[in-house]
Design a protein around this ligand. Sequence first.
Ligand code: SF4
Ligand code: SF4
Length: 86
Amino acid sequence: MAKGRIVVDEGLCKGCELCTTVCPKDVVHMAMDRLTPRGYHPATLIDPQGECTGCAICAVICPDVAISVYRWVPAAKEAEAVRASA
Ligand code: SF4
Ligand code: SF4
């Protein structure tokens, strides 16, 4: 399964929590220990087991386009092995 991670732009996040309601892995939480420059608790990735798949649902629902999604892409050799075993 694809692996991913997100980066939240805390200058854009307004703490609405929408992203926390849609993550299928429940790995987006609000950081209650800090505030953004505008005074909101920002969304953050809590993902100790690396469960983020990079599905980007959180980024799509974010009304302020505050989330960037990065997906792990297999290197060429690994991709060939995946194709060969398929
Ligand atoms: S990219 Fe998908 S799995 Fe990762 S944090 Fe966002 S909604 Fe959750
Ligand atoms: S949906 Fe966007 S603005 Fe709302 S908490 Fe998540 S990152 Fe912040």
